[in-house]
Design a protein around this ligand. Structure first.
Ligand code: NI
Ligand code: MN
Length: 219
């Protein structure tokens, strides 16, 4: 399986299927033809252009309801649940965050923000979503044994590097990829310090991906 970081929280998992998570990038176009799209929560920097895809969108009930109104195909689920779509397993995990569907005028409630544990081709990827630190990340690690954890470290709206390091410890995935930083001035971080702290004090490895870069997981 190949993981491509398109920037911010937008990640593509390419294996037997192509899965696009949180289809928003600040500049340019997302040039991917996904089989499935997953949306962690409704904020515009995650929902992005989800409504433009004609493939199943895996998301929470509230966002699914909204997207169905836009003509989308959806697979609604909620936190703690697991579904298999097109042979790919999605478990929705909790996130400590908010969620608001931005639409003309004011918008509407977007349900609970979430993360996803995705299993494809025998590999398990945990996209943490936007969240503060919570100690049940340890439980998620124990239950699902992720091979890779995608962890937000930008601060302000999510965990920063300090909390992100603890999150990496809790989850225990051998590969840690930081996301959701440096997209905007308000979430600027020195990712090298985060990487060095993890690489020097744990058995885990941090992989820093610039937008557009990919990481291949050996199967
Ligand atoms: Ni958010
Ligand atoms: Mn966000």
């Amino acid at each position: 399986m190949k993981i491509t970081y398109l920037g911010h929280a937008c990640v593509v998992l390419q294996g037997s299927k192509c899965i696009l998570i949180d289809p928003f990038i600040p500049d340019g176009e997302i040039r991917v033809t996904p089989d499935l799209v997953a949306v962690t929560h409704a904020h515009a920097d995650h929902m992005g252009i989800a409504a433009s895809y004609a493939v199943p969108i895996i998301t929470n009930n509230e966002i699914a309801h909204y997207l169905r109104g836009k003509g989308c195909i959806t697979e609604a689920m909620n936190i703690g649940g697991t579904i298999v779509v097109d042979g790919i397993s999605f478990t929705m995990t909790q996130a400590i965050h908010s969620s608001w569907i931005e639409d003309e005028g004011i918008g509407m409630y977007g349900g609970s923000a979430a993360g996803f544990v995705i299993r494809m081709d025998g590999k398990t990827i945990y996209h943490v979503g936007d969240t503060g630190l919570f100690s049940d990340m340890r439980l998620i690690g124990e239950l699902y044994h992720p091979d890779v954890a995608l962890i937000p470290i930008g601060g302000r709206f999510t965990m920063g590097p300090r909390e992100g390091m603890m999150a990496a410890e809790f989850i225990g995935a051998p590969i840690v990829i930081p996301i959701h930083y440096n997209t905007f001035d308000k979430i600027r971080q020195d990712v090298s310090e985060f990487a060095r702290a993890i690489n020097e004090t744990t058995d885990m490895k941090t992989v820093i991906l610039e937008p557009g870069m990919e990481y291949k997981i050996k199967i």
